[in-house]
Design a protein around this ligand. Sequence first.
Ligand SMILES: NC(=O)c1ccc[n+]([C@@H]2O[C@H](COP(=O)([O-])OP(=O)(O)OC[C@H]3O[C@@H](n4cnc5c(N)ncnc54)[C@H](O)[C@@H]3O)[C@@H](O)[C@H]2O)c1
Ligand SMILES: N[C@@H](CCC=O)C(=O)O
Length: 516
Amino acid sequence: MVVPYKHEPFTDFSIEENRNALESAIKQVEAELGKEYPLIIGGERIMTDDKIKVVNPANKKEVIGYVAKANQDLAEKAHKIADETFDWWRKTKAQFRADILFRAAAIIRRRKHEFTAHLVKEGGKPWKEADADTAEAIDFMEYYGRQMLTIDKGVEVNSRPIENNRFHYIPLGVGVVISPWNFLFAIMAGTTTAAMVSGNTVLLKPASSTPIIAYKMMEVLEDAGLPAGVINYIPGSGKEVGDYLVDHPRTRFISFTGSREVGTRIFERAAKVHPGQQWLKRTIIEMGGKDTIVVDKDADLELAADAITYSAFGFSGQKCSACSRVVAHEAIYDDLLNRVTAKTKEEVSHGDPSDNASYMGPVIDQGAYDKIMSYIEIGKQEGKLMAGGKGDASKGWFVEPTVIADLAPDARVMKEEIFGPVVGFTKASSFDEAIEIANNTEYGLTGAVLTKNRAHIEQAREDFHVGNLYFNRGCTAAIVGYHPFGGFNMSGTDSKAGGPDYLLQHMQGKTTSEML
Ligand SMILES: NC(=O)c1ccc[n+]([C@@H]2O[C@H](COP(=O)([O-])OP(=O)(O)OC[C@H]3O[C@@H](n4cnc5c(N)ncnc54)[C@H](O)[C@@H]3O)[C@@H](O)[C@H]2O)c1
Ligand SMILES: N[C@@H](CCC=O)C(=O)O
């Protein structure tokens, strides 16, 4: 029997002992920088000449490590091994697979600060954000392990007196898991272990800017008893290896988290049936967001300003859930804007995240920096710059927390995903209009409404069309098992990571009926 699921508590860094523990873990990580990491295919470590250079986004000169890079031949080798392994892995007991996750979660929990310190360096995450990323990785393992044990019991169906009917779920086959860099541990671990615990074998292609944490997870899973060949670690170019694996006729499903551009490309390619392919590929695709906080005229404005500031600038706005637009009732617009602007200037410091004093760290790379800075220029034309607006890419990729006011609801910075520390403000003359504006993008991931009006809460519950809607709080920080996470429209397939149905998307239902 396992104890009931409870989410992993966050570390309180106001306690000196915890601060000291993370500081020494960061020093430990610094002492081990620059190592080389091989691919893992069928348990075999394979080093390639061509390597991915992984740098600290807060300090480009600091090389976190060099990671072997898979090409199509190695991807094919990994695919073959995953396919062969599936033959016997699919028949393993759910308890055996879940126990691997429970042991892995326990290992990570014991070495929590070591992983968090690594995320500070590889992902440029401030302490609080890195700690939450580690906690969420643990949560996914604990939650999906338990969920698999429940699914394994099967579902009751009716039988007539002359028959014995059963209905249960079986795994799909070889899955390609493609993960993003922003929740470099949690999303990578959650998507990979969900596929594995439900009885599939996996080809894991992590994001090229953050592949090392995935190697570290592989080591943990091996220590926890994961047999060779079940998960194969094959970082590589998205276009070269990604396309090859997506197109492969023996790929049974693809679990992707990332941008709308790549997600829709995968969706299209996966739909094509290739010679020799025996099934229609399943896709689990979670993409971007343009997430709105609506502030009503009677809202608690201090609460709203806090919610907006953290949702917009936590991890430099690099969350698919980040608040990148505020729709405020005209009666409180100026007051709210002034409060958010003041908080941004006074409270949102930015600097090297190795220092716990930094509220915000860098953005991930030069491409992200250039994109965000170009949107800030567009925003300056479209609205009024209230805070921030500058960047500095001399040492790491740093962008100031930026507030842009008086934007039209259809301004580009109000409709396109920027994925950086930029929040735009627009005014609505009524709550109806505010909800209409909130729904005016092609996305539908998260949103929040701050109001004391019960009727408006119920109206938003029905009409604000997002997968994760929050009331009187910010729009980020979903917790596994408490806030199943996934979006509508161009935010994805609404797979609801960390929710009760998530694993079923990696499985297929089988009915057996025996005549008596
Ligand atoms: N909805 C969610 O749950 C969620 C969570 C995190 C991030 N995101 C979104 O992810 C984006 C940021 O992440 P990103 O920059 O890593 O996204 P990205 O789409 O650039 O990359 C995601 C992954 O896809 C790979 N890839 C690139 N080209 C590919 C191809 N042709 N075939 C297969 N794989 C390919 C990349 O190497 C990476 O591993 C944002 O849009 C953000 O909103 C969404
Ligand atoms: N699940 C995270 C967002 C994941 C995407 O980046 C949140 O709820 O903030």
